[in-house]
Design a protein around this ligand. Structure first.
Ligand code: B12
Length: 307
């Protein structure tokens, strides 16, 4: 839902509960986003996000930032602009008495619903087949079980163990795995950019790359099981991160050297997180991962990220 729709909902709710005057102020601000509304007009309701701190209409970026500032009559608005402009977090949103403003509350509920939807979502029909990766499954049979039994998402099913043994290259220097994890959106959004760059980067550095694998309903530790079955030296797992409030397309890369189910511990792993268009761009992440793979091969488990 976009900001205009939210503003319309706020207006209609206010009009219904008898705040005609406030609704009119909100309406006028929404209709003329670049107009400075006198602070005295909005003070009693504290519902307008930023009408009192709008910038010049010609500076569209500044207007966008000011739209997010909910503090009425801030002492140093430029500090708030810097702050809001530096993060996607919910900062300087203001308040209505002790409560959040209606608009902020609605924004929060929208983001929260989106996160919950993302966790429950499956891949679009045919997406996995189109990815051209070899599909393996964990011991999970359906989504609810995936969310409630992380332990089963850490092991391949017996059937998939056989497929891996029969169809995958053994003893690769580098094994690439993609898995849905907690966000299929993260995989769908970043796949086309990160996978070609990653595979090309590994190949062009002369590394022996295993059969690229897709694991449905996977958790991070499934890379240990796969790495052990295939005797891979370095395993690279790209997996959907748990969605946050406002970012649900973020992919993580978990890398490990010569993993085994019984011996590998979390601290053996390296994590490169926040791979998405507004974080670490997927192509850049691919370059970082290729470099780390080379360092892992050189240093083994005692990887140093300094050299
Ligand atoms: C959930 C979470 C946790 C949970 C994991 C619990 C669980 N069983 O799910 C808890 C609270 C325990 C946790 C702890 C830590 N976490 Co954490 N965590 C996350 C979070 C929010 C989501 C991860 C996710 O979705 N993974 C994908 C799902 C599918 O994985 P999973 O198999 O269900 O769960 C595994 C992973 O979550 C993994 N994991 C979680 N955090 C970390 C951190 C590292 C360095 C490693 C190697 C693995 C790891 O451990 C789980 C068990 O195997 C991310 C934020 C993000 N944007 O990704 C941060 C994040 C991954 N964590 C981070 C950090 C720093 C840590 C800690 C080192 C914090 C500390 N100082 O103790 C510890 C290390 C834990 C470990 N396993 O080694 C950083 C990693 C930064 C980096 N690039 O290295 C992140 C990116 C947060 C951040 N922005 O700073 N974490």
């Amino acid at each position: 839902m976009n900001q205009n729709n939210i503003d319309k909902i706020v207006q209609s709710v206010l009009a219904k509960i008898g705040h005609e005057q406030t609704a009119a102020v909100v309406r006028s601000a929404a209709a003329e986003p670049a107009t400075t509304v006198p602070a005295s007009a909005v003070q009693p309701t504290a519902l307008l996000s930023s009408a009192s701190v709008r910038l010049d209409a010609e500076d569209s970026n500044a207007i966008h930032i000011d739209d997010q500032i909910g503090v009425i009559n801030p002492k140093r608005v430029e500090v708030l602009r810097d702050f809001v402009g530096s993060t996607a977090a919910r900062v300087a949103v203001g308040r209505a008495g002790l409560r959040p403003k209606t608009r902020e509350l609605l924004n929060f509920l929208i983001d929260h619903s989106r996160s919950k939807d993302t966790v429950l979502k499956d891949f679009p029909d045919g997406w996995v087949e189109k990815s051209a990766l070899l599909e393996l499954r964990t011991e999970i049979v359906e989504k609810d079980q995936f969310l409630t039994r992380p332990d089963l998402g850490r092991k391949l099913s017996a059937e998939s163990v056989v497929i891996a043994q029969n169809q995958c290259k053994k003893n690769p220097q580098v094994q690439v795995i993609v898995s849905d994890g907690l966000s299929t959106d993260a995989v769908v959004a970043n796949f086309d950019e990160i996978i070609p760059a990653l595979l090309n980067g590994l190949n062009s550095n002369g590394l022996d790359v295993g059969t690229p694998i897709f694991v449905r309903h996977g958790r991070v530790k499934v890379e240990d099981h796969i790495g052990e079955i295939l005797s891979a030296q370095v395993v690279i797992l790209l997996i959907g991160e748990r969605p946050g409030l406002g970012q649900s397309e973020s992919l993580s890369c978990y890398m490990v050297h010569s993993p085994t189910v019984s011996q590998t511990v979390e601290s053996d792993r390296i994590c490169i997180s926040n791979i998405h268009s507004a974080g670490t761009p997927p192509v850049e992440a691919a370059a970082v991962i290729v470099n780390l793979a080379k360092k892992f091969l050189r240093d083994g488990k005692n990887l140093s990220t300094q050299k």
